[in-house]
Design a protein around this ligand. Structure first.
Ligand code: BTN
Length: 320
């Protein structure tokens, strides 16, 4: 990834024009190099206006997760060492796992399209090209494996708040791993772990978000895209979303490492969509109905089942 493209991107602004000469002087390169990089950015999907005697101006970022902007974000991140970007891949989760033995790095894997996207319980995750965000985060915290349920609670808040902030919608968290809008699923994530003797070597957290309206995802009656929820007046700025998202992941991951769940419990409960309604809960042992009572410090769901028993649920499929 050319550094010049990244530097030029960070100088381009929506509000004001900047001349090619100014860019060249600031970066100590020729005007021809500036022009070539602007051309390359346009080919990547950036809408950059050039006006005689005024210079360049960023009209719109591209409508997909852009590799130049993303690698800029990752170079500023204190959590991740690098990014691996794919136009198409079977699954970012699969790619992340295959890269784990190569190093002890932390990294993110992003793809424009997945051909074999995978969800929880080995379900298929539809991942049409440039219609969603498909990302796997590889982190290496020094924590016991039992902390993973708490990790999910912090990460779900980070994802939900990022979608809200960047697109002006109101999401809700459906315990344990889904983000909903208007009663439909807009995002799912799965957290997988490589561990040795109960100690984590790597967390691979795969997140899929339906961003744009799409025929494939549109056929699933329980799914929704952010675009459908936000309405056509909202510009779907994926550079802004990724910046918000990476920032929130950093904040909530550090909070996860340093704070008990009780510190975010109230925020999490307010964002949750499972309280006060009848739930159908499927665990490995079978299915039962009940109402959520509480979420424990360790992240277990306390449910009052229809027979009047209080049950602690660790991992399950919850239907509203
Ligand atoms: C679920 O709701 O079941 C979780 C869906 C997770 C999908 C994401 S998309 C990026 C990463 N790569 C995959 O193959 N799966 C996850």
């Amino acid at each position: 990834m050319s550094n010049l493209k990244k530097e030029i991107l960070s100088l381009l602004d929506r509000e004001r024009f900047i001349s090619g000469q100014n860019i060249a002087d600031m970066l100590g390169v020729s005007r021809t190099s500036v022009w070539k990089s602007i051309k390359a950015l346009k080919e990547e999907g950036y809408s950059i206006e050039s006006v005689t005697n005024k210079g360049y101006h960023l009209k719109n970022p591209p409508a997909y997760v852009n590799p130049t902007a993303l690698s800029m974000l990752i170079s500023q991140s204190s959590l991740f060492d690098r990014v691996e970007y794919f136009n198409t891949t079977p699954s970012t989760q699969k790619e992340a796992f295959s890269m784990l033995p190569e190093s002890n790095d932390t990294f993110v894997v992003v793809a424009e399209e997945q051909t074999e996207g995978r969800g929880r319980f080995d379900r298929h995750w539809d991942s049409p090209g440039r219609r969603g965000v498909y990302i796997s985060l590889v982190l290496r915290p020094d924590i016991p494996i039992s902390d993973i349920i708490r990790f999910n609670l912090f990460i779900s808040l980070a994802i939900a708040e990022s979608i809200d902030e960047a697109f002006g919608v109101e999401t809700g968290i459906k315990w344990p791993n889904d983000i909903y809008i208007h009663g439909k699923k807009v995002c799912g994530f799965l957290t997988e772990v490589v561990s040795e003797s109960g100690v984590i070597n790597a967390i691979v957290c795969g997140i899929g978000i339906n961003i744009f309206k799409d025929d494939t995802v549109g056929k699933i009656p329980t799914a929704i895209s952010v675009e459908e929820a936000a309405g056509s007046h909202v510009y779907m700025d994926l550079d802004l979303f990724m910046k918000t998202f990476m920032g929130n992941i950093e904040v909530y991951y550090n909070r996860f490492l340093n704070e008990p769940f009780s510190r975010i419990r109230q925020d999490w409960i307010e964002k949750s969509v499972i309280f006060g309604r009848q739930l159908r809960i499927t665990e490995s042992g079978g299915t039962f109905h009940g109402r959520a009572l509480d979420i424990t410090e360790a992240g277990f769901l306390e449910v009052l089942d229809d027979d009047g028993n209080i049950r602690k649920v660790i991992s399950a499929d919850v239907e509203l």
